[in-house]
Design a protein around this ligand. Structure first.
Ligand SMILES: [Zn+2]
Length: 423
């Protein structure tokens, strides 16, 4: 559609321009280098960026009143994606201009979704169950920490274990998805970051994945990171968007990735759900006992115990959102946020403090991991991709990686499928 083909390059330039005001904003860009150079020479003020974004939204909306967009499905998804990404860009501009949004307002404005609330009692119930499973006496977080230290990867084995995990995730992904020829990524070990790992997509089907070694790395991180950052997570998502949309359809808006945008909920949600795609059910603990535990010098007989506790602990994921909401809404201090994470997310103090640093830097972005995963799972399962229908599951998962979906769009599709089921 000619109108969207004209809006798309203007959108790319706007994202790059905002990146000149906000160092974390542009997560990836592999379009023409001269576009970036032009923007660097003259990025414009925040007001100019906002005005231009409003003009582009008006152009998108003029032929399509309401929220439906064009009739053809891929065109409609593209249209809605561009509208939502531009609306989020405006929200980020106003935040940089000093406007204060509540955590939930920010979540809605930037990520097109709001995380559910959980009171302390939700987490207390899970902690009580963990209490009966972890050895020793005294505070639960300290006991968990002692127990978990037995599963730390020796620094000398870190890369070998990661490479084995990556190979396994890639092999399992290739059984279901066709990836662009020549796709690859490299792993680098870094320190001094607020995140535990990061995928920097370079374009040309290549990623650089950085793993932060500031804190001890436990065995679960190998598969988590190999799937989340690599296969079938961020690396695959970016490579497929480049192949199918940026190159295949000439949709240039996919040559740039705005971090604080609805696209991030889809990216983090599919990356986290990707772990269960590659290793459904018991397969993970089995693979780890056979391959990764021996490689790391850990007792393979303990893999099952490790993943039983790990599964329980996953129920505490929303504790991180609660800490972030209270902290960013000014109800608690940074120190109290770390206390909350220590108590309800079972994070040892150094990890809790690292996480508060992450919240300071990325704010409501934290919802993209767990809410994103839940929205992706609900969508895939509501449309028939239940664990006992693996082919349909992969087909729907691939659909999320290869079309411009929005968080509110997948929620609506989930609700429609659920209504058709019951009605
Ligand atoms: Zn991620």
């Amino acid at each position: 559609m000619a109108m969207m083909d004209e809006v798309a390059p203007a959108y790319v330039r706007l994202v790059l321009a905002l990146g000149e005001h906000d160092a974390d904003y542009v997560d990836a860009y592999y379009g023409p280098p001269e576009w970036r150079e032009e923007v660097r020479a003259d990025a414009g003020t925040l007001e100019e960026i906002e005005d231009e974004a409003r003009t582009l939204i008006a152009r998108l909306r003029r032929p399509f009143p309401g929220d439906q967009g064009p009739a053809e499905e891929m065109e409609r998804l593209r249209w809605r994606f561009l509208v939502r990404q531009l609306e989020a860009l405006i929200a980020r501009v106003t935040m940089l201009g000093g406007e204060r949004l509540s955590f939930d307002e920010e979540s809605r404005a930037l990520y097109d979704a709001v995380a559910p609330r959980h009171g302390a009692e939700h987490f207390e119930a899970i902690l009580a169950e963990l209490d009966g499973r972890l050895p020793g006496e005294g505070p639960l977080t300290a006991r968990y920490d002692v127990w978990q230290q037995e599963f730390v990867l020796p620094p000398g084995e870190l890369d070998a274990v990661f490479q084995a995990a990556i190979a396994a995730c890639r092999e399992r992904t290739l059984e279901h998805l066709e990836l662009p020829a020549g796709e690859s990524f490299e792993v680098e070990y870094v320190t001094g970051k607020t995140w535990s790992a990061y995928n920097w997509y370079q374009g040309g089907y290549h990623s650089l994945i950085q793993v932060n070694t500031d804190l001890p790395v436990t065995i679960d991180r190998a598969i988590d990171l190999a799937c989340h950052e690599g296969y079938p997570g961020h690396h695959v998502y970016n490579a497929l968007l480049e192949e199918r949309l940026a190159r295949g359809r000439g949709w240039v808006e996919f040559m740039v990735y705005a971090l604080f945008s609805p696209q991030s909920l889809i990216a983090e949600g599919t990356a986290n759900f990707g772990i269960q795609m590659a290793f459904p059910g018991e397969q993970r603990a089995r693979f780890e006992a056979e391959t990764l535990f021996p490689l790391a010098g850990l007792d393979p007989a303990r893999a099952e115990e490790y993943y039983a506790i790990y599964g329980l602990r996953e129920g505490l994921a929303y504790a991180g959102n609660e800490a972030a909401r209270r902290y960013l809404d000014g109800e608690i201090s940074a120190d109290e946020a770390a206390d909350w994470l220590e108590r309800y997310a079972l994070m040892p103090r150094p990890r809790a403090e690292q996480r508060v640093g992450f919240i300071d830097q990325y704010r409501a972005y934290v919802i993209n991991y767990n809410l994103g995963q839940d929205l992706v799972r609900d969508y895939v399962e509501a449309l028939g991709g239940t664990p006992d229908h693996p082919e349909r599951r992969w087909e729907l998962f691939e659909g999320l990686l290869t079309a411009p979906r929005t968080p509110s769009g997948i929620v609506e599709a989930t609700e429609r499928a659920e209504q058709a089921e019951t009605g």
